[in-house]
Design a protein around this ligand. Structure first.
Ligand code: DON
Length: 568
């Protein structure tokens, strides 16, 4: 067995909440000089091109990341957003930080708001309509990312998205399919249907679509930053759209929203430094626990093919997701996260793994599961510039097109992130996650996430990656990372390799086509694993700077993602 070198560097208490009037100064960028070089990987070609254009104009990775995220809010409206939220990890030279722009529960939210008079969860209430929406974090978050790490004027980074919304963009097959898939949801809200189901049908692939209301909002945002959305007429429109469809969002909720700079969750694994999101995302937690256990178990030394590595992946994830039950907004939690990420607990958990038998999840923690869906309602982008900055940013509406409510006049959809809270005790969320009281609804609280934007480095080599996929985000991200840092695969091979997933409950391994040959499947079943075939586990976008300085980018062939470098 290889020696375990796993150390969690838990930097406490690591937050900086921004009062509206007192932003931290811009980071000065000794390393940044506009070289015009860079690489982008994301979910749509038009958004990739927006980012590459910004890099060519001398923008930093953060400038380009904001431009890509805003372009996705136009061309990938089922996931890209102004009405949702997300997380970003930024490495600029040696400095590394993370930005939490997760949605929050409205002030009028309460512990039992999704329970009916019978004490049972009201069907659909946390997923469809106004009550499902949290306070959007993206408008303030993207502005803050630019404020601290951007080098180009704010207006310049908003411009590509504004142009796409105002002048039109070509409807992709994927957008057409997404609208078709969610036709019932979108048809339920007349304002939404008027835009996304023109003449009652999804926009045709290849047709040019203009979004004048969104263009007007982006123009105001380019002039005045988040105030243009989080206060004034747009905020009033959000509040009335919410109210008209049963929600409780108010203009005060929007006015008071703040993104939070947090120290990254940092740890060392397999000789690499890793920085990922800490709470309220569980993504970094699962990555840190999972990699820590694998290193202790000598995972790297096991044969690549066959059952042993896959069995251990399932077993470490089972344990990490069981501990996820204890997690929630760090401002309200009582669990000792530093203990759960400490070497003693990781060693104890790893020691409990039977190399020949699956541990039934019920023995790790009681609970029950259901079917998991993975809708492409989250979007991940990774960007590198030519001067040493990298950004990994994941943003989401939660379900496809969020809660379905379109903010008339403002041009964007609201999220349904409230479903990421515990809606009723023991009730699995949209992704089958069974969660605990630490993640119950409370006014102003941030709902627990699985998003996992991550940057890893060793010497001069650096990787930025992440994925959509709901509960499967950390496991998809971790498998690509393991391929890159342990097995040293080329980027394309690492992203393409079929994946598996386990999340404690339901007690089963999900497997993509091609992930398990007949013998391996039988061997896993022989060790006590139930196996469910699924279409897809995540959609990873990754950029890498090799030690010679060369940049690489890859988007996942599982979706129509797009990657490229300047100069190509
Ligand atoms: O924050 C989370 O964990 C979820 N709201 C992410 C949802 C998601 O990834 C859906 N799309 N693939």
């Amino acid at each position: 067995m290889r020696p375990a070198h796993f150390i969690v560097l838990f930097l406490v208490p690591a937050t900086l909440i921004l009062p509206s009037c007192a932003r931290p100064a811009r980071v000065s960028h000794p390393a940044i000089s506009p070289t015009g070089a860079g690489a982008v990987a994301c979910a749509e070609a038009a958004a990739r091109d927006a980012g590459l254009g910004i890099l060519r104009s001398g923008g930093s990775a953060a400038d380009a990341a904001v431009a890509v995220a805003l372009a996705l809010a136009v061309v990938q409206p089922n996931a890209g957003n102004l009405g949702g939220g997300g997380f970003a990890v930024v490495r600029s030279g040696e400095a590394i930080t993370t930005l939490d722009f997760r949605e929050t529960a409205p002030r009028a939210a309460s512990h039992d708001m999704f329970l009916g008079p019978d004490g049972k969860a009201m069907p659909g209430a946390s997923l469809v309509g106004g009550l499902a929406a949290g306070v959007p974090g993206s408008p303030s978050g993207l502005f803050e990312l630019h404020h601290r790490h951007g080098v180009l004027p704010w207006r310049t980074v908003v411009e590509p998205a504004l142009r796409l919304a105002r002048d039109g963009f070509t409807v992709s097959q994927r957008l057409h399919d997404a609208v078709e898939w969610e036709r019932d949801l979108l048809a339920r809200f007349p304002e939404t249907a008027a835009v996304w189901l023109p003449r009652g049908k999804p926009p045709e692939p290849g047709s040019v679509m203009k979004l004048p209301e969104l263009a007007a909002t982006l123009a105001a945002y380019a002039e005045r930053g988040p105030e243009a959305i989080m206060s004034g007429p747009v905020a009033a429109a959000v509040a009335s759209a919410s109210r008209d469809h049963g929600g409780v969002l108010t203009t005060a909720d929007l006015r008071d929203y703040r993104p939070v700079w947090r120290e990254p969750l940092r740890f060392r694994a397999f000789g690499w430094e890793v920085a990922s999101m800490r709470l309220p995302s569980s993504g970094g937690f699962i990555l840190a626990q999972g990699l820590g256990m694998l290193e202790r178990l000598g995972w790297a030394g096991l044969p690549r093919a066959g059952v042993d590595r896959l069995h251990l992946l399932a077993e470490v994830w089972r344990r990490a997701y069981a501990d996820r039950f204890l997690l929630g907004d760090p401002a309200r939690m009582t669990a000792d996260v530093s203990r759960l990420l400490g070497p003693a607990w990781i060693a104890e958990r790893a020691a409990g793994i039977d190399r020949a038998r699956a541990t039934p999840s019920a023995q790790l923690h009681p609970g029950s599961g259901n079917e998991i869906s993975e809708a492409a309602a989250t979007t991940h982008l990774s960007v590198a510039d030519g001067a040493g900055e990298m950004v990994a940013l994941t943003s989401t509406l939660n379900g496809w097109f969020g809660c379905g409510v379109y903010v008339k006049g403002a041009g964007f959809l609201l999220n349904n992130e409230m479903d990421d809270f515990v809606i009723a005790p023991g009730r699995p969320n949209l992704f089958g996650l069974v969660q605990g009281e630490a993640n119950s609804v409370a006014p102003g609280a941030r709902m627990l996430s699985s998003m996992c934007p991550t940057i890893a480095w060793r010497g001069d080599e650096t990787i930025a990656l992440g994925s959509p996929g709901g509960s499967r985000i950390p496991t998809a991200t971790m498998q690509v990372l393991l391929d890159l840092i342990v097995d040293r695969d080329p980027l394309r091979v690492a992203v393409d390799r079929p994946r598996i997933h386990h999340q404690w409950l339901p007690d089963e391994i999900s497997a993509e086509p091609g992930a398990l040959d007949g013998t391996t499947r039988a061997a896993l079943e022989g060790r006590g694993h139930a196996i469910r075939d699924v279409e897809q586990i995540g959609e990873v976008s990754v950029v890498r700077r090799l030690s010679g300085g060369e940049l690489e980018a890859a988007a996942d062939a599982r979706g129509p993602g797009a990657a490229g470098r300047t100069g190509q």
